[in-house]
Design a protein around this ligand. Structure first.
Ligand code: NAD
Length: 435
């Protein structure tokens, strides 16, 4: 670790956010999280500037023919935050609320995440401002192919490797891989991860984010002396991360008492069967209305009395406004950026054990790394091998973070940032400045 300093008191985030409300801009939040760690590490001011700023930002116009014959121009972004430790790596988000600042934040969180789990990547992220729920599959395919083609000069298996994120999936990755390969004139499996298994994807990748979240929660339960068997779990967001987490936690005999999606949530103190919830959502488009449950709002879900709360949707759901109402003993952040820095302080004061996003959802990028490694060597692993390697990486990262937090007398998020920022700072210094 670079320039490790003595234990410091936790610096309180500066209240320069305005008088009554927090600044919820995700990029400024990401920079604040970095600044807190940089302060602990006593990083050189010049190095801080390098590490807190994205290396490269690309904004593109994506003209797309819609099914009704009209042309629509979407806006897309790809941000490479840092590549000191390896190629940029990070998902692609399709959502009407995508902004450049959100993509910049997500890209920097990827830099710290890959460093937390110590895999040889930097951080990147992409997004398109669009409403995929209102687009047909052919429209999504045309938009995806044109988007990839626009950002193609900065993408590649040793430059920047996209993956799925909110409202993108294995099919999206297949189109991206095909577009890149057709342009290149050769099949390039390693250009994206999260591909279908029939197209060079890795066994275990689909479940990896949720499985990693389970692995770190298991260790947190040991620390907090909570039995996962019978523990009550509330999950916000019922997509790749949230729905699969519900299944994996239920397999460990935890009781899923609430789940939600963008349309609202459902609660049952007797427990919700995740497979039934999934089938119900597949049929109706939402978990809301599932038989045997009562309806609750996303806000009520977050405030439920439970052992484990898993935010698995979008940013800024635990803020200064509701942090005091959180009653969970463990918060495992499957989503990126669900908790603001001020809310972090409130949770820490309440003794809540936080598993920060850059650790708790790093299972996804870890198995993406395994997928990429399998693609580059052209030799594929069994699913149990993938899961065993994931467990090893994630559990080591958990204890690295836990130790850093104890050493510096900080909460786990800052512990994770100290670990990650130290590793990236080290790599940056040892590489030196070009030219
Ligand atoms: P997804 O598209 O599969 O699912 C998103 C879910 O969130 C859906 O159920 C949707 O209905 C719900 N949702 C959307 N807006 C909501 C709102 N306002 N309130 C409540 N629920 C809402 O996406 P995903 O891949 O599961 O990603 C979820 C989170 O996990 C994101 O923060 C993402 O960045 C993070 N993440 C995903 C991966 C991955 O491998 N997919 C890896 C690391 C982190």
């Amino acid at each position: 670790m670079a320039t490790v300093a003595k234990a410091n008191p936790q610096p309180v985030p500066p209240r320069t956010f305005g008088t009554s409300r927090e600044d919820l801009n995700p990029y400024r939040i990401a920079q604040l999280q970095f600044d807190i760690a940089a302060e602990h590490l006593k990083l050189d001011p010049g190095l801080r500037q390098v590490l807190r700023t994205p290396k490269r930002i690309m904004e593109v116009a994506i003209p797309t023919k819609m099914d009704n014959g009209q042309l629509k121009v979407f806006t897309g972004f790809r941000v490479q935050h840092n590549i000191a430790r390896g190629p940029a790596k990070g998902g692609m988000r399709y959502h009407p609320g995508v902004t450049l600042d959100e993509v910049k934040a997500l890209a920097s969180w990827m830099t710290w995440k890959t460093a937390t789990v110590n895999i040889p990547y930097g951080g990147g992220k992409g997004g398109v401002i669009c409403d995929p729920k209102r687009m047909s599959k052919p429209e999504l395919e045309r938009m995806t192919r044109r988007f990839l083609s626009e950002i193609l000069p900065i993408i590649g298996p040793d430059k920047d490797i996209p993956a799925p994120d909110v409202y993108t999936d294995a099919q999206t990755m297949a189109w991206m891989m095909d577009t890149y390969s057709m342009t290149l004139g050769a099949t390039s499996l390693g250009v994206v991860t999260g591909k279908p298994v029939s197209l060079g994807g890795s066994l275990g990748r689909n479940e990896a984010t949720a499985r990693g979240c389970l692995f770190v929660t298991e260790e947190a339960c040991k620390v907090k002396k909570i039995s996962l068997r019978g523990a009550t779990v509330a999950i916000q967001g019922f997509g790749n991360a949230g729905a699969i987490a519900a299944r994996l936690f239920a397999e460990k005999k935890a009781k899923i008492i609430a789940v939600s999606d963008s349309r609202g949530g459902v609660h049952s103190s007797r427990g919700i069967d995740p497979m039934k919830a999934l089938r119900y959502k597949e049929r109706t488009g939402t978990v809301v209305g599932m038989p045997g449950t009562s309806r609750i709002s996303n806000e009520e879900l977050l405030a439920l009395k439970c052992d484990i709360l898993i935010p698995a949707a979008l940013e800024n759901c635990i803020t200064l406004e509701n942090a005091d109402q959180i009653k969970a003993k463990i918060v495992a952040e499957a989503a990126n950026g669900p908790t603001t820095p001020h809310a972090d302080e409130v949770l820490a004061r309440k003794g809540i054990f936080l598993l920060p996003d850059i650790l708790a959802n790093a299972g996804g990028v870890t198995v993406s790394y395994f997928e990429w490694a399998q693609n580059l060597q052209g030799y594929f692993w069994e699913e149990h091998e993938v899961n065993a390697k994931l467990e090893k990486v994630i559990k080591k990262a958990f204890y690295d973070v836990y130790e850093a937090a104890r050493k510096y007398h900080v909460h786990n998020r800052t512990g994770a940032y100290i670990l990650a920022v130290g590793r990236v700072a080290d790599a940056t210094m040892v590489r030196g400045l070009f030219p």
